[in-house]
Design a protein around this ligand. Structure first.
Ligand code: THG
Length: 374
């Protein structure tokens, strides 16, 4: 049987960097926000080792921006998230769950506050633009909502400060974690943030002119030669070790942010109003019925987790569901699982049932598996 291929079309949008990514031998794509997202260059494990030691350039243009601008932009942004934005500053990035009226997860963007009346929601894989436009209409808000021509390019890895300084100057070194500066490039002024979907440190450049995609990539590439720069992409091993959850995989519209361990981004008792507040307070007061955890488990390299895998206790009782699994060279098989109440205590013995029907012995663990510097 030949492996099926994904047919290309305009709906599956290319990015300003796709030509470069393909020239550098991208091995696989996934689709994210109706756009191409690379998944591997050399191999998952080689990409992982390189990311942890050097510096990589990532095409994350699929992290699309939903721009809210106008007199009611701040109000609408706050309506969409339990995170308290009242003290957010211009120049700040805020990781924030978006929830519906039942307090369930719709997305988990990074929110950039560009001005008092202008925000970007740098979204995960769901159609936030439609939800925002519906809310604005229904609430009769004075706000313009668009997806601008903005395509993030990430520079990730321990040598990212050096590479970025070579292109944008030493000003980048002063950018604090989850803050952004506006820096010149080819006559444009680009938002450059210290952020990104890895725990190795790095930056995200919000290119706002698609026609400069090749130039930005090539400039980073030339400047990166002394630092062993490589093309990369969000790496499954690294993100599981670091406890970075993926919307659509580890959390969906069935889950609330408290189950996803996102409590620290939810202020339920602040003065700010948001959709789903009553529901989330109720969930908090009654306690959640399940909670996301890490699970370490034995056996040879596990296959990818494409449907949730049952996680059972020693007696065979269903104790949870694994949603992502990977073999880490450092830790062995690890994954994320939504564990039922009574089974989520770290140290809980479990078995993980993969697609081959094999039961692998495992243990519930705290997230993240690996802490910064660990
Ligand atoms: N960068 C940008 N947009 C994005 C992502 C990104 N949109 C989609 C997706 N990734 C959103 N998900 C996350 C999840 C975690 C983090 C960022 C985006 C993250 N969290 C920090 C951590 O876990 O260490 C903490 C952030 C904080 O405390 O405020 O970095 O990657 N532009």
């Amino acid at each position: 049987m030949t492996a099926p291929i994904m047919a290309a079309s305009r709906r599956t949008r290319r990015t300003p960097y796709s030509d470069r990514v393909e020239a550098h031998g991208v091995k696989g794509y996934t689709v994210y926000n109706h756009m191409l997202l690379p998944t591997a260059f050399r191999s998952l494990e080689e990409d992982y080792r390189h990311l942890c030691e050097h510096v990589q350039v990532w095409d994350v243009a699929c992290e699309r921006q939903v721009e809210l601008q106008g007199p009611d932009a701040a109000r609408l942004t706050q309506m969409m998230t339990p995170r308290d934005l009242s003290r957010a500053q211009i120049g700040q990035c805020l990781y924030a769950p978006l929830v519906d009226e039942a307090g369930r997860m719709l997305n988990d963007p990074v929110i950039l506050k560009l001005a008092e009346d202008r925000f970007w929601l740098s979204i995960a894989d769901s159609d936030v633009l439609l939800w925002a436009k519906g809310l604005a209409l229904g609430l009769r808000l004075d706000v313009r909502i668009d997806e601008p021509d903005v395509s993030p390019l990430a520079v990730q890895g321990p040598k990212s400060d050096d590479l970025m300084a070579a292109v944008f100057g030493d000003a980048v070194r002063a950018i604090k974690f989850f803050r952004f500066a506006v820096l010149p490039f080819r006559g444009r002024r680009l938002v450059v943030a210290r952020s990104g979907w890895s725990k190795q440190g790095g930056f995200e450049i919000y290119l706002d002119d698609s026609s400069l995609g090749g130039a930005l990539w090539d400039t980073l590439w030339e400047a990166g030669r002394p630092f062993d720069v490589a093309a990369g992409c969000p790496n499954l091993i690294e993100r599981v070790e670091g406890g970075l959850l993926s919307y659509g995989n580890d959390m969906t519209r069935e889950h609330n942010p408290l189950e996803c361990g996102l409590d620290r981004y939810c202020s339920l008792d602040g003065g700010h109003d948001f959709i789903g507040r009553a529901a989330l307070r109720d969930i908090r007061d009654h306690g959640v019925a399940r909670l996301i955890r890490g699970v370490r488990f034995e056996g040879e390299t596990c296959p990818p987790c494409l449907v949730p895998w049952p996680v059972r206790d020693a007696g065979g009782t269903l104790a949870g569901q694994m949603t992502t699994a990977v073999h880490s060279p450092r830790l062995g098989n690890i994954g994320f699982a939504m564990m039922e109440r009574g089974f989520w205590t770290p140290g809980q013995a479990v078995t993980v049932e993969g697609p081959d029907g094999k039961r692998r012995a495992g243990t519930v663990a705290e997230l993240p598996f690996v802490s910064p510097g660990g």
